[in-house]
Ligand binder design. Structure first.
Ligand code: BGC
Length: 423
């Protein structure tokens, strides 16, 4: 993972997406829930202005996606989403970055360093209060309270619990402190100034479509769904996108969702338990696994290896974690979803700086798009996710310098790298 000056090559490839393009049919299948499904309002994104940018075309194979090609033609809005804020070495002030957990690698290895580096460039004399809540919503509430007590003038909040975080946004609002919902929505509060994330319904759709493509030729394949945390609004959006692909096939008798779980805290250990239960219930008959991110994929894969399943069926993921990319290379995991975290973090840093210093945010940053959080239409920036399989590792995460070939191709993976043409 490398810190780079903004804008990255991928920024030019980022598009504003109208998530409403995905028509959703939720639920369905012979699903069994290990825990309640994500409840409450899901964010609904709307484009306030007509957009000329079609979202990534449904069913596009990863290699066919121009969004995955460095220097390729952007698929939509071409304006740079960073680089608009004017840096200042005379301004000072304090902001807080509050991230949700540490079991998923991205937060400490990408979100935090990219955000801090960019914010510090914009405002060398400003202070950043940083906290990670370790998946505990009460801890996050305390961290937010402490940040406000310690003078935070803007909160950048990636909530552990999208609904409970309304209390944080309301508390900030009462003190005149703007809040940016970072990566995960904050529901049911009008104290949220911006929402910066990815098209999360599209993430789920890409995962499901890639899995369905991998299962072509298998008659009525039987899959297990390992969803994310029931308190994370994104988990509901991933699930919604995935079901929009799976459910019509289930209805047509062409796919069976044999077991479906929501995974508290996105815990890989919990995902492993869920997969173990599913294997026992299904007598190890599993043709594919929908895992919502690379962490839950690692748990599912560990359970299947422990059960002696070989070869492993296709397994999905998300985050393009180094371990996930390496599992893809050796065929243990079928796909992941690459989300360009650097622009996400840098856009958040610019928004935070603009809110701190009273700079205007150009209209082109959101393109007029909003996402309704149950209380208000929040100006929204939704970046484009890209499906990654063995075929396009080089064109996506490597081309973007998210991971270098040296980082991926350690001795253990040298042969797989050579086979995949990674050098
Ligand atoms: C994020 C994913 C992450 C998951 C677990 C989601 O809200 O969008 O990138 O894998 O949370 O932390």
């Amino acid at each position: 993972m490398h810190l780079q000056p903004a804008p990255t090559r991928f920024v030019a490839l980022v598009v504003l997406v109208i998530t409403a393009l995905v028509v959703v049919a939720c639920g369905g299948g012979a699903a069994q829930e290990a825990s309640p499904t994500v409840g409450g309002a899901l964010m609904t994104a709307t484009a306030a202005m007509p957009s000329s940018s079609p979202a990534a075309s449904p069913g596009a194979s990863p290699t066919a996606s121009p969004a995955g090609t460095p220097g390729g033609t952007p698929t939509g809005g071409t304006e740079d989403l960073t680089g608009w804020a004017t840096p200042s070495d005379t301004e000072n002030g304090t902001i807080a970055l509050l991230l949700p957990e540490t079991k998923t690698a991205r937060y400490e290895s990408a979100d935090r360093p990219f955000f801090e580096a960019h914010f510090q460039e914009l405002c060398p004399n400003c202070q950043i209060i940083y906290n990670n809540a370790n998946q505990d919503a009460a801890t996050q509430q305390q961290q937010a309270e402490a940040a406000l007590t310690n003078g935070a003038q803007v909160l950048v909040l990636d909530p552990v619990d999208s609904a409970a975080a309304a209390a944080i946004a309301e508390m900030a609002k009462a003190q005149g402190v703007p809040v940016i919902a970072y990566d995960r929505a904050i529901l049911n509060s009008d104290g949220v100034s911006y929402y910066i994330s990815f098209d999360n319904v599209e993430v789920g759709r890409l995962q499901a479509q890639t899995l369905v493509d991998a299962l072509a030729g298998v008659d009525n394949p039987q899959i297990v769904m390992i969803n994310g945390s029931p308190t994370d609004n994104n988990a509901g959006e991933f699930k919604k996108g995935a079901h929009s692909v799976f459910d019509p096939l289930v209805d047509a008798g062409e796919l069976t969702i044999a077991m479906e779980y929501d995974t508290p805290d996105w815990s890989p250990d919990q995902a492993q338990n869920e997969m173990q239960q599913a294997l026992t219930a299904l007598g190890n008959q599993v043709d594919g696994v929908y895992a919502a991110n690379d962490g839950t994929a690692s748990g599912a894969i560990a359970a299947m290896k422990a059960a002696g399943i070989s070869p492993l069926p296709p397994v999905t993921g998300q985050d393009a974690e180094l371990a996930g990319i390496q599992r893809i290379l050796i065929g243990e995991q079928y796909m992941t979803v690459y989300k360009a975290i650097q622009p996400e973090a840098e856009i958040a840093a610019e928004l935070a700086f603009a809110l701190l210093t009273g700079q205007d945010v150009p209209e082109s940053v959101t393109g007029g798009q909003t996402a309704n959080n149950g209380a208000t239409d929040v100006p929204a920036i939704l970046l484009t996710p890209v499906a990654v399989t063995q075929d396009n590792i080089a064109d996506t995460v490597v081309a973007d310098d998210f991971w270098t070939v040296e980082e991926i191709c350690t001795a253990e993976y040298a042969d797989a790298c050579a086979d995949a043409g990674l050098e």
